[in-house]
Design a protein around this ligand. Structure first.
Ligand code: ZN
Length: 107
């Protein structure tokens, strides 16, 4: 029902406080409704920007791969032995994508 329940409680509390202090009832109701709408829309927009990190695949779902990548900047090499796909995205090193190289240690 109310997605931002804590916000509704806070708005109602402030509205009650303002009415107790003698503010106009209709003015307080209109201001409370407007405040709730504006803040709820803002929170929903902020929430849509956050994308959750995907769960790592289960242990049995990883494929066995033998891929060797080399950093084009510093020459470091990395061997990938398990990946979620047969042709995974290359890792990054020195702020650049590593390139797939033939593996001299393979048979
Ligand atoms: Zn590097």
């Amino acid at each position: 029902m109310l997605r931002h329940r804590y916000l509704a409680v806070a708005v109602v509390a402030v509205a009650v406080l303002l009415m107790v202090r003698g503010a106009s009832v209709w003015g307080v109701l209109v201001a409370a409704a407007a405040a709730y709408l504006i803040i709820a829309i803002g929170l929903t927009m902020l929430g849509s920007l956050a994308s959750p990190v995907p769960e790592p695949p289960a242990h049995g779902e990883l494929r066995k791969v033998r891929l060797t990548y080399q950093c084009p900047v510093c020459g470091a090499e990395v061997r990938m032995t398990a990946a979620p796909a047969e042709d995974p995205e290359p890792p990054r090193h020195c702020l650049d994508e590593m390139r797939l190289v033939s593996n001299p240690y393979d048979d």
